[in-house]
Each structure stands twice: as C-alpha cells, then as structure tokens.
Design a protein around this ligand. Structure first.
Ligand code: SF4
Length: 490
C-alpha cells in the first residue's frame, strides 16, 4: 500500500513531546534532545496518522524529532551532548567563605551573623578550605568554577586570597579550566580587594534591587539604614577604576511591594548602563520566612510578563541589547545543542550533579537554597565525605531525581518538558513536600508562562527577543535554520 512521497509508521519512532499551539497555524514541538521545530497545523496532524509527507519526515529526521534507521546513532550522540553538563561532573562549587555580614537584608537566607562574630565559628577555616579544594578537584568536570559567597565574602578576604592561591598551586599539575567568581553586597569592598579580583580574573556579581526607594526597603544595614548610596557610589567608582570586573547583570530580588515598580526598575537599570537584569522573585527562605514576606506566584508572573513585554518593546527602539536573565537562559536552551550551565533551571536540576555548596563549616549542600534548610538537605560534611563516596550514594541525588520531569505522567505529556526547571528544595520550603507537582509548583507555572511568552514572540517578531542574547551574532545561523530570522533579514 506504500507510495514514495510518504513515510510510514514502520520507518520511525517518536522522539518528541506533545505540540503547543503558538499562533493560528503554528505549533511548536520540542524533541528529547532539546531541539525545536515549528509545524503547521496540517504537519502537526500528520504525526498522529499512519504516514507523513516525505519532506516533513526528512525535516524531523534531521532535527532528531523522530528516530530512524539513518539517524539513530546521531540522535544518541545528540542526547549525550544535550546532557553533557548534567552528567559531566560537578562544575560549580559554591564556597561560603564566611557567614559574617555587615548587612541584614529582610529576605536573606544565608544565616548571616554580625561582622564582629568570632572568626573561628563564622569563617571557613584553612583545614576546611583544603578539604573543599580536594573535593572539588575530584569532580571529573574539566571546568571548575569556584564561586565565593557569604555572608559578605569580602569580610574574609584573607580566606579568599589563600583559597585562590591554593587552587592555583594545585592546578599546576592537574590543569583544569578554573574560573573564580564572587557574590558581594559591594559595600565593604576595597581597592586592594578589587585589584586582587582583577588580577585573578574573579568575576564580581552583586545585588541591586532598583532605585533608592526600592533597594532600601530590603537591603539594609544591621542598624536599619538603606545600603543604596554606598552601593551606587561603589558601582560608579569600580567601573571607572576596574573596568570589566563588575558584572553587568545585577541580581534584582522582587517582592510583592516592589513588583508593581518593575518597569521603572528596568528603566533605572537601563539608564545606569546595565545590559541585563536578573529578576528573582523573593523566596520563602531564611529571614523572608521569619518576616512573613510571602509573594503569590500569580502576582509575580503578572508583573514579570509585563516587564518582559516592556524590555521587548524597548529593544525595538534602542541600540544594543537589554536582557532578562531567565529569558536569555531559555533562549540558549532553544538555540544550543548543549543544555545550559544554569543549574537552577534544568531538567533534571543541577543539585550536586551540576553544583555543590560548601557551607562555612564544611557542610555539603546540593544547592544554594538549602542553606537555611540544612537539617533537611545536608549531604554530610566535606571533612568526612569524598566526592566518590557521594556519587555512589543514591541519597546524594534525591532532589535531582525529584526534579526529573519524566517521573511524572503529566510532565511526560508536557510540551515544555526538556526546558523545564523545577526546584524540589524551594518546593519543600513552600509546602513541606519536596516533590514538585505539575501545574502547582511555582517553577512549573513560571516555566509555562515564560516559554509561552518566548514562543509567541519568536513567531511574532523574533529580533527584539533575540536581542536578549548577549551573543546574538553567534546564533544567527541557528535562527535561520529555525526560520526565525526571515522576518527581519528579508
Ligand atoms: S513541571 Fe510543569 S512545565 Fe515542567 S514538565 Fe511538568 S507540567 Fe511541564
């Protein structure tokens, strides 16, 4: 019964998730190897029939949406490439140099203590540093990123200097690709410290929640004063004196009170020369929990999508790009063959597989968010456990397994499955249950809302959206292959 212009069910097996309608006659399908394809209504229907057009078959075979006799090896290679960062060994090593901090932000989840607290019980001690470095170098990952955190990490600057020196010495023979980063509130950083960061290629990221009135609502000193003036003075000074060391994308935590001002906040960042904003909803952890600072996800998403529309429209009229971090992470997922290095938004998430936290006393945690939930999520102490010991222990991967979306029947039928990023730890913090449920978990709702928005814009007019990619030129070829750039290059 076969005819040459069709391909039949005995020639392929599906390797895609269900379709999502993105416009009147366009559907998107994401494959299990992270690729996307747009289909017309009639093409999409053919995937539920006993044969399809040869042209459609060829396209889906090339993108890996179907597995055939010809492409099966390639699809398996692509699958390994997609999961390269998931199974390649822990890459991000978050080192809590101290839990001392001069600020006392209303939502902090880092268990901060006063700068005057006893050093021995607040700063990471040299023998713990040594164990952390040995542990990190045991990861098979060729790239190791050490990110220093606090408290305020620069309050233990001697610890930072000795850590960097020890890593460099150890790496003389091991020769991994080492990167350093530090997260700081900027208020205590000195020229000497910044020079050290500049000399050692340490990327400096920081928090800035917006204009003075907004920032000072939450980022306050221990005496209750706002830190805005001090932070802005430092930004101005450090940009002049140490160009390129400060991140161009501040972390901006948004609460129920500040979300209504997101558009003004975007203007603020734009006017002050930033290229990207990382809009982070306030999480129910640490001080935020104690201070009863809840934030309904539906309220957040309403303001967040408004803010994305605002950036998108702004990109139509301004030169250069302005971006939001999660949108750029998701665009990278759409356009790259390897899943993102952003451990907080992956399926499965990067808990231990991609990142590990070493608290000031050597306690091992699978993610940053677990710092105020140590009793529930601790993986032991770096003085007692080795990397090899942990990767053989199923319990190490408890939260990573809970984030894996194919374990849930609804998620197995979700069009956005490969690009999803739920957090069992945040789910536990909110509900007392570490199992994220589809259409209930806040990260699920965010995944669906942002991806619906992105795909709508990709179809409508992709350029202002693709301008949210810092390296747009690199992706122009991919975009053409996906027929995304025709509108603008015609
Ligand atoms: S959690 Fe939500 S977005 Fe993620 S795969 Fe499941 S249904 Fe889809």
């Amino acid at each position: 019964m076969k005819v040459d212009t069709y391909r039949y069910l005995d020639e392929w097996i599906p390797n895609y998730y269900p379709a999502r309608k993105v416009s009147e006659d366009k559907y998107i399908r994401i494959s299990r190897v992270g690729t996307i394809t747009f289909l017309t209504r009639s093409e999409n229907v053919q995937l539920h029939e006993v044969f399809m057009d040869k042209e459609l078959y060829d396209r889906l075979e090339a993108s890996g949406h179907i597995i055939t006799a010809k492409n099966s090896d390639q699809v398996m290679n692509n699958l390994q490439t997609w999961y390269q960062r998931t199974f390649g060994g822990t890459e991000l090593h978050i080192v809590v140099l101290t839990r001392r901090c001069n600020l006392n932000c209303t939502y902090c989840h880092m268990n901060p203590v006063a700068p005057s607290a006893e050093l021995e019980s607040s700063d990471m001690q040299p023998h713990i540093q040594d164990a952390v470095i040995d542990f990190a170098f045991s990861s098979p990952s060729k790239s190791i990123i050490f990110e220093f955190q606090g408290g305020e990490a620069f309050l233990n600057f001697p610890g930072m200097m000795s850590f960097v020196e020890k890593v460099k010495n150890k790496n003389i023979n091991i020769r991994k690709n080492i990167e350093f980063a530090v997260t700081t509130n900027l208020t205590v950083i000195t020229d000497k410290q910044m020079q050290f960061c500049s000399d050692n290629g340490i990327r400096v990221s920081f928090s800035l929640n917006g204009s003075e009135a907004i920032h000072n609502r939450s980022r306050i000193t221990r005496q209750g004063y706002g830190s805005f003036d001090a932070v802005m003075k430092k930004i101005k000074y450090l940009r002049n004196e140490f160009p390129g060391v400060l991140s161009s994308s501040p972390l901006c935590v948004v609460s129920k009170d500040t979300a209504p001002y997101l558009k003004a906040t975007i203007d603020f960042f734009h006017e002050h020369g930033f290229k990207q904003i990382a809009i982070i909803p306030l999480n129910p952890l640490g001080h935020a929990r104690k201070n009863n600072l809840s934030f309904d996800i539906h309220d957040f998403l309403r303001h967040y999508i408004d803010a994305l529309n605002y950036i998108y429209e702004k990109n139509k009229t301004t030169n250069g790009y302005f971006s939001e971090r999660i949108v750029s992470v998701l665009l990278m997922k759409i356009l790259c063959k390897v899943d993102t290095s952003f451990v907080d938004w992956r399926n499965p998430c990067g808990n231990f597989g991609g990142a590990v936290v070493y608290d000031y006393d050597g306690e091992l945690l699978p993610a940053d968010e677990a710092r105020s939930l140590r009793h529930e999520f601790s993986l032991g102490n770096v003085m007692e456990r080795t990397y090899f010991d942990l990767i053989q222990d199923r319990n190490t991967f408890r939260t990573m397994n809970l984030s894996f979306r194919d374990r849930d029947s609804e998620c197995r039928e979700c069009p956005f499955n490969p690009y999803c990023g739920v957090s069992p730890i945040l789910n536990y913090a909110r509900t007392g249950d570490a199992t994220p449920k589809p259409n209930e978990s806040e990260e699920c709702l965010k995944t669906i809302a942002v991806l619906d928005w992105i795909f709508k814009k990709l179809v409508e007019d992709p350029l202002p959206l693709l301008q949210m990619l810092p390296e747009l030129n690199k992706f122009k070829e991919f975009s053409k292959q996906l027929h995304l750039m025709e509108v603008t290059t015609a």
